[in-house]
Design a protein around this ligand. Structure first.
Ligand SMILES: [Fe+2]
Length: 262
C-alpha cells in the first residue's frame, strides 16, 4: 500500500482490528479508525483536544480553519469520488476513470493524513520519547536526536506542498523519514505512517506566513511521540515473522519463502 493511499491505509488499520482476537495493549488506540469513518462513510473526526489547546505554537484560528474547512473538504471530496465511482460501476461507464481515480487518491490521502496529523501533535508539547520508539529511532537513524533533525529538515524542505512523514517500512522492519509531495504522489507502497507534519500552506500560512521552517520548529515542540510509539507498538504487535520491527543492525531480511542470493 502507499502512504498516500487513504483506502489502503484505512483498510490496513481495519484489517489489523479485524484480526483482533489477539490481546492488545489496553492503552493503544492509535490503530482504530480514529473516528474518521462513521456508518460506512468517511467522516470528519473531532479534534482530540480543544481548538486553543496547541497555543501558542498553533493558533486557534489556524487550527479551526485547517480542521473545519480544509480537512472537511477532503472528507467530502473523498466520499463524492467514491459515490461517483459507484455510479460509474453501475452504469458500466468508466469514461471519467482517470479524474475519479485522481480525486479518490487526492481527497482520500488528505483525509487519512489529516486524521493522523491531529494526533501527531499534543497539547503541552514534548512528553518525552517512549522507550520502544527511542530504540527504533536509534536503530533506524543512529540516534533520537538525528531522527528528529532529519524529520524537521525533511518537512522544511518538501518541494511545494506536502508532508513530513515518519513511517514504518515492513520489508526491512525499519523506520523511514519521507517527504510526501502533494500527498498523492511520491509515496512508498507498503509503509505505514507513524507521525506526520503538514506543510501545505493552508496548515501554517495564517500564523507563520511564508516562514515554513518556523512552523516546523513549532510542530517539533508539539510532536506527539507517544502516538507514534503506540502506532509502532500496534504494528509490532500485529505483524509477525519478517514483518516485525527489526531492531537489529542486520541487513534487511528476505521475505520468508525466498532464498537469499549467494
Ligand atoms: Fe492540511
Amino acid at each position: 500500500m502507499k502512504i498516500g493511499s487513504a483506502s489502503a491505509v484505512l483498510a490496513a488499520a481495519g484489517a489489523v482490528f479485524e484480526k483482533e482476537k489477539m490481546p492488545m495493549p489496553t492503552t493503544v488506540t492509535a490503530f482504530d479508525n480514529l473516528n474518521a469513518v462513521k456508518e460506512g462513510k468517511y467522516a470528519l473526526p473531532a479534534l482530540p483536544y480543544d481548538y486553543s489547546a496547541l497555543e501558542p505554537f498553533y493558533s486557534e484560528q489556524t487550527l479551526r480553519l485547517h480542521h473545519d474547512k480544509h480537512h472537511a473538504a477532503y472528507v467530502n471530496g473523498f466520499n463524492t469520488a467514491l459515490e461517483k465511482l459507484q455510479a460509474a460501476r453501475k452504469e458500466g461507464n468508466f469514461l471519467d476513470i482517470k479524474s475519479l481515480s485522481k480525486a479518490c487518491a487526492f481527497h482520500g490521502s488528505g483525509h487519512v493524513l489529516h486524521t493522523l496529523f491531529w494526533h501527531s501533535m499534543k497539547p503541552g508539547g514534548h512528553s518525552g520519547m517512549p522507550d520502544d520508539l527511542a530504540m527504533a529511532l536509534n536503530n533506524s537513524f543512529d540516534s533520537v536526536d538525528a531522527a528528529k533533525a532529519q524529520f524537521a529538515a525533511a518537512a522544511k524542505d518538501v518541494e511545494a506542498s506536502g508532508w513530513g512523514v515518519l513511517a514504518y517500512e515492513p520489508l526491512a522492519g525499519k523506520l523511514l523519514i519521507l517527504q510526501a509531495e502533494k500527498h498523492q504522489d511520491l509515496a512508498i507502497w507498503g509503509v505505514l505512517p507513524l507521525l506526520v507534519c503538514d506543510v501545505w500552506e493552508h496548515a501554517y500560512y495564517l500564523q507563520y506566513q511564508n516562514r515554513r521552517a518556523d512552523w516546523v520548529d513549532a510542530f517539533m515542540k508539539l510532536a506527539n511521540w507517544e502516538f507514534a510509539a503506540q502506532r509502532l507498538s500496534m504494528i509490532n504487535h500485529n505483524f509477525s515473522g519478517q514483518w516485525k520491527l527489526n531492531n537489529s543492525n542486520d541487513a534487511p531480511r528476505p521475505p520468508s519463502g525466498l532464498k537469499k542470493r549467494s
